[in-house]
Design a binder for this molecule. Structure first.
Ligand SMILES: *Cc1c(COP(=O)(O)O)cnc(C)c1O
Length: 432
């Protein structure tokens, strides 16, 4: 049932004012609901699996601030630890013991990471890791995959033309061709295309970066052999393999997608969950590569607020909660119920749909499928997704406002939340 009290008067008012103050009314574009249409919802507070907007509507939240809220929003242990840490100051600009604690936890958890550098966002982690790839190999070119997002640094704002591996063209004005002509792109799950790029650019490619499970083109799983194939190709060509686990780290498994799939990259980027809701990113990997980073080595990278005690505390508490027994089984069980439920309802109500989940990450496309890459994902019925999204919103379910974003559950999501979500989906799918 559409909640009879559902109205968005205050959200609309605040967003209208915001549009005069900030470009598009937001601090990050996807929040503006451009790809699904309609006005975005202005949040007032979040707790556990739920978000409340400024009009008092409650939503079951499947975004979880885009991943960090994996223990549930505002987990009391995390909030208490943050409050306690804040008493001792929010930023030192000097070494802090808590950095060692989180660094050890990350090194223990993530197979590829022997040393780590903390930064303040996923974007910063990815732009720094690219500098490191280039510094270590003495090569300038990189390979990325169409539909994979690695933050908004110039060199990554490139997608391929028509699914054919090609030289990069910038996606955004303000990105000079000179910054992206070293960015080569290939379709995800296409080893042949990657091999061709290595053959065409012998000795010039510093490395390959990818989301090992894609979340920024919708939810796309690597085909069997794809990650292993990349591991082999990079090794053969003296290039580095980099997993961007900003989204998948501590989500697909405690040790990330690399643990789950048993493929160890040379370098890894992290973000989202390791900050426990505060701004943190990190990059790490092989000791011999990481020792290039200043001041151990010559590759410069720095940050005024990096490794601050407040953010370290939120990360440490979140990882402590996650490493308790049974957490990933719980995430997997609840998310599987949700994902299978949605696909069944779509089938019963006559909609072409495909999708899946791993652990607390899921996605579905209004498309026949299967979806192996961004080209496949683009065949989705976007109009239908928009109507579905709005219908769910009106029934108290907050989904990512784009067909090309993965969804996230948390340890706070219950079977009752999933039941309520599926009941809403049933109503909406019938009406689409
Ligand atoms: C979110 C994300 C980023 C960027 O992180 P920010 O903290 O938003 O800068 C980079 N890579 C991946 C895979 C992401 O999901």
């Amino acid at each position: 049932m559409i909640t009879s009290s559902f109205k968005t008067t205050k959200s609309d008012e605040i967003f209208a004012a915001a549009q005069k103050l900030m470009p598009g009314g937001v601090s990050s574009p996807v929040r503006a609901f451009k790809s699904v249409g309609g006005q975005p919802i202005v949040f007032d507070r979040v707790q556990g699996a739920y978000a409340w907007d400024v009009d008092g509507n409650r939503y079951i939240d499947y975004i979880g601030t885009w991943g960090p809220a994996i223990c549930g929003h505002a987990h009391p242990d995390v909030i208490n630890a943050i409050c306690e840490a804040a008493q001792k100051g929010t930023s030192f600009g000097a070494p802090c013991r808590l950095e060692n604690v989180l660094a050890e936890m990350v090194i223990d958890a993530v197979p590829s990471i022997e040393m780590v550098r903390f930064v303040n966002s996923g974007t910063e982690a990815c732009m720094s890791v690219l500098r490191l790839m280039r510094a270590f190999t003495g090569r300038d070119k990189l390979i990325k995959f169409e539909g994979c997002y690695h933050g908004h640094a110039d060199m990554f704002l490139v997608k391929a033309g028509s699914g054919v591996a090609t030289l990069g063209l910038p996606d955004s004005p303000g990105v000079p061709k000179s910054t992206t002509n070293n960015t080569l792109t290939a379709p995800f799950n296409n080893l042949e295309a990657v091999k061709a790029l290595f053959d065409q650019n012998p000795g010039e490619i510093a490395g390959v970066i990818l989301e090992p499970v894609v979340g920024n083109a919708g939810f796309i799983i690597p085909d069997g052999g794809f990650l292993a194939g990349l591991r082999e190709l990079t090794r053969e060509n003296g290039a580095l393999l980099v997993f961007d686990e900003v989204m998948t780290g501590f989500r697909i498994a405690y040790g990330g997608a690399q643990e789950r799939f048993g493929i160890t990259p040379d370098l890894t980027t992290l973000g989202k969950i390791i900050g426990g809701g505060l701004p943190v990113g990190a990059y790490g990997g092989r000791r011999d590569v990481m020792e290039m980073v200043a001041p151990a080595g010559p590759m410069y990278q720095a940050g005024t607020l990096s490794g601050n005690p407040l953010a370290m505390t939120a990360g440490i508490k979140t990882l402590e909660l996650l490493r308790q027994p049974g957490t990933y089984e719980q995430l997997d069980r609840i998310t599987k119920r949700l994902s299978e439920g949605l696909l069944n309802i779509a089938k019963e109500t006559g909609h072409a749909a495909c999708g899946g989940q791993i652990s607390g990450m899921f996605g579905f496309f209004f498309a026949e499928g299967p979806v192996h890459n961004y080209e496949d994902a683009k065949k989705s019925d976007l109009g239908k997704f928009s109507r579905f999204h709005r219908g769910m919103l009106q029934r108290g379910v907050y989904l990512a406002p784009s067909q090309f974003e993965a969804g996230f559950t948390s340890l706070a999501h219950t079977d009752a939340d999933v039941d309520q979500t599926l009941a809403a989906a049933q109503e909406v799918m019938v009406s689409l």
